[in-house]
Design a protein around this ligand. Structure first.
Ligand SMILES: [Zn+2]
Length: 418
């Protein structure tokens, strides 16, 4: 275990010059690799008139075409894969539950790379072999469960691979085994706390010290609430199957105001989702990732749909010199435009959670906007005031009694459009 940790530490704290050297070398190599091995990229590069001999450094990345989720759908089942089928060791799936699935194949190298990136997250969250890790994301085609599992297993932690659902059972295991680390979607912990309360258990009294949460954008206020409820620390972990799964692209900065992108393995750019133009530091847009160290199906300039901002390419207070981006504010699909104001569900969640509201829905239907939450009628006006002041919106607001709205054990669906 010391070995994998030492390795993680070394990679996390690489100096800028070294990171640059590695990423440039890997970038040149991966561009050639996908061109030579992936039918998808061979075609795309040819169509875009790319001469790969002229791609010399990361600076040239903007000459390469984007890759979209639609192209991955069309590549089903294994049309964009760079290796013969006998080198694929597993697949995971991304995307919606309808339509053509998006399949991400892994070679042995890719599974190791996944584990290695997760190890960096474990190092920063100080998860060790002494931890009892309850893994609530699904074990199946969705990637969450396995990502946590591979790394937890590698450090010889006590793994409870329980998967999602059956919340009472989750709580029973947390009590009986003394779970110290809870891995899950961001909306699950407060549901667990609610059910525990019905069982007469205060989750703050449990042994849980850390929660590693992701799979959906969640607000800073929600984090504070989860931390107070569990008397524990909650970490934000990114999770993009197309880049290899949970924890691969980066992890939360110890300063807790953004995510460091592991730049020896990934390039992150932020673009204007409308025009495709690459934006500067500090400008918000869609994050585009390039995988530099994957083998089965490395993606070049993949449009993630995640909305964020590059904070800085200079060293961070925490000592990590990998580029930092803001926590994911939302997904491009979830952006709401109401009376000319653009915002995301997390902006609303921030305000609601500040007023103690954790269960809510946002209805954006026929140009109308309504926010429905469980809670006291009396806080409505304070919420309306804050939404106007901090988000710039004046929606209809409705309260319903506690327990009225749908609960989520996986990703929450709080935005209803029509
Ligand atoms: Zn940092």
């Amino acid at each position: 275990m010391t070995d994998v940790y030492d390795r993680a530490k070394q990679d996390i704290f690489r100096k800028r010059g070294e990171i640059e050297e590695i990423r440039n070398r890997r970038f040149r190599k991966i561009v050639r690799y996908v061109y030579e091995n992936s039918p998808l990229y061979r075609r795309k590069f040819k169509e875009s008139g790319i001469d790969i001999d002229k791609i010399k450094s990361i600076e040239d990345i903007s000459r390469l075409p984007f890759t979209t989720k639609q192209e991955l759908r069309e590549s089903y089942p294994l049309k964009a894969v760079c290796v013969p089928k006998d080198r694929v060791v597993r697949v995971q799936m991304s995307g919606g539950t309808t339509g053509q699935p998006v399949i991400i194949p892994y070679t042995r190298h890719d599974v190791e790379q996944w584990k290695e990136m997760m190890m960096r997250a474990f190092f920063l969250a100080e998860v060790t072999e002494r931890d009892i890790i309850q893994i609530t994301p699904a074990f199946g085609l969705w990637n969450g469960g396995f990502g946590f599992h591979f790394a937890a297993d590698a450090i010889n932690a006590f793994v409870i691979p329980i998967g999602p659902g059956n919340t009472r059972n989750q709580i029973r295991f947390m009590v009986d085994f003394g779970t110290t680390v809870l891995a899950g979607t961001a909306s699950y912990p407060l549901r667990i706390a609610e059910v525990a309360d019905e069982m007469g258990i205060d989750v703050a009294e449990l042994n849980v010290e850390k929660l590693i949460l992701g799979a959906e954008p969640w607000s800073e206020e929600m984090r504070r609430r989860i931390e107070r409820t569990f008397d524990a620390r909650a970490y934000d972990i990114p999770g993009l199957t197309e880049m290899g799964g949970v924890g691969t692209v980066g992890f939360e900065c110890p300063e807790r105001d953004g995510l460091h992108i592991w730049e020896d393995n990934y390039v992150a750019e932020v673009i204007d989702p409308e025009t495709g133009e690459v934006l500067d530091e500090g400008e918000e847009g869609e994050v585009v990732y390039t995988a530099l160290n994957r083998e089965g199906m490395p993606l070049i300039r993949y449009r993630s749909g995640e909305v964020s901002t590059i904070i800085s390419r200079d060293g961070c207070e925490c000592g990590i010199e990998h580029t930092k981006i803001k926590r994911i504010r939302g997904r491009t699909d979830d952006m709401i435009i109401y009376k000319g104001v653009k915002f995301y569900p997390t902006d609303v969640e921030n305000i609601l959670a500040e007023h103690g509201v954790v269960n809510y829905k946002i209805f954006a239907i026929n140009g109308k906007l309504e926010i429905v939450f469980e809670g006291d009628e009396r806080i409505k006006s304070a919420i309306a005031k804050d939404l106007a002041e901090f988000v710039g919106i004046h929606p209809a607001i409705k309260t319903v009694p506690i327990g009225q709205l749908e609960r989520f054990e996986g990703k929450a669906k709080r935005l209803i459009r029509g």
